[in-house]
Design a protein around this ligand. Structure first.
Ligand code: ATP
Length: 358
């Protein structure tokens, strides 16, 4: 399998838009890397440059050991799936899936042997005779995936390939994609703006914002050690709680002052004194009836019943707080004490947002 190496790659469009800024990235041979970030952050532009559909204005792209920066797309042994399918309207689903193999003069019986099992795994076996305009959006998206998987080139590039599927189908397609990747170990770049897709599919995740990489890491690293406030807020439902405040050291313990409320806690981490941002995930906060030095008094504004858990919305002055709990005995309008699990707290620089401790 090939590795893909990007060295200081930038893309500025003729109108001056800097879509990708000085990105260096290595996708390991056979790795499933997910590129994730909000709309407009440069994911598709980066994927298109790796695909050879667009070229960097600066930097180099290598596929294996070969400099592919200005190599034509057709010479890169890669396959693409886009959100908008790009199927041939005059061909039926089977012919669309067989297209890449036919173009490479693979014998007819071999084509069948490759296409039919993939069609079955994607739940398309009964739809093979239908033309794209006789298929739903989700079915077309699966045909486009099938076309890539039937040919199975060394590099798979997928841009939001599951975006038109309903929730159940998405889950089962994610499962199929993971299984197929385990089986074939193709070097894969998967673009999405969906945090769940990123966490569940990626062996590693590359988080982008405004044309830059914010963090690259395994799903656990990204969730448990976010390198930046942006990464912490991008992953997790409900989103992490972020409080502005000030840290001071009082006789070996820390004091965190937020909105004139001071709480005292101990931590094995070294937290610099001064203004900070404190990040607390909803599952790392607990509700207690008794006041303690390291808890906030907060009013319960709203309860959302998610079936297995309750999402509790608290308010302390202007600050909103979200917690997750399995308990079902809370009463809206009542005051409680909220106590963080301090070892799970994230600390970020108050201005630039980078992680500053632990
Ligand atoms: P989405 O998730 O919405 O598809 P994305 O992260 O894939 O977004 P890109 O499509 O890579 O983002 O776009 C990155 C930036 O470059 C955006 O600001 C976009 O408007 C801009 N852009 C993309 N193509 C061009 C172009 N041909 N000319 C000028 N600007 C462009």
């Amino acid at each position: 399998m090939y590795k893909i190496s990007l060295d200081d790659v930038s893309k500025t469009f003729p109108d001056g838009t800097k879509a990708v800024k000085n990105i260096s990235l290595n996708i390991k041979p056979g790795e499933f890397l997910v590129l994730v970030g909000p709309s407009g952050c440069g994911k598709t532009t980066l994927l298109r440059m790796i695909a050879g559909l667009d070229h960097p204005t600066e930097g180099t792209i290598k596929i294996g050991e070969v400099d592919a920066t200005s190599m034509a797309s057709k010479d890169r042994d890669l396959g693409l799936v886009f959100q908008n399918y790009a199927l041939f309207p005059h061909m039926n689903a089977f012919e669309n899936m067989a297209f890449g193999l036919k173009a490479r003069r693979v014998p007819k019986d071999k084509i069948k042997q490759k296409v039919l099992p993939i069609a079955t795994r994607l739940g398309l076996e009964k739809l093979l005779k239908r033309k794209p305009n006789e298929l739903s959006g989700g079915q077309r998206q699966r045909v486009a995936l099938g076309r890539l998987l039937a040919r199975n080139p060394s590099i798979h590039l997928l841009d939001e390939p599951l975006s038109n599927l309903d929730a159940n189908l998405r889950t089962s397609m994610r499962y199929q994609l993971s299984e197929l990747h385990q089986e074939f170990q193709r070097t894969t770049l998967f673009v999405t703006h969906d945090q769940v897709e990123a966490m569940t599919l990626g062996q590693r995740i590359c988080v982008m914002n405004e044309g830059e990489i914010m963090q690259i890491g395994t799903p656990s690293e990204i969730y448990n050690q976010p390198a930046h406030r942006f990464v912490a807020e991008f992953f997790g439902t409900p989103s992490i709680n972020v409080l502005e405040g000030e840290i001071s050291d009082i006789a070996g313990e820390y004091c965190f002052e937020h909105d004139e409320q001071k709480i005292i806690f101990s931590s094995s981490k070294t937290i610099p004194e001064g203004p900070v941002l404190l990040g607390l995930r909803p599952e790392c906060l607990h509700v207690q009836i008794e006041k303690s030095a390291d808890s906030w008094e907060a009013n319960l504004k709203r309860i959302e019943n998610m079936g297995d858990i309750r999402v509790l919305h608290f308010q302390i002055h202007d600050q909103k707080f979200t917690l997750k709990s399995i308990r079902n005995d809370f009463i809206t309008g009542q005051s409680y004490y909220i106590k963080p699990e301090w070892k799970e707290a994230h600390w970020f620089d108050s201005i630039i947002g980078i992680r500053i401790s632990g």
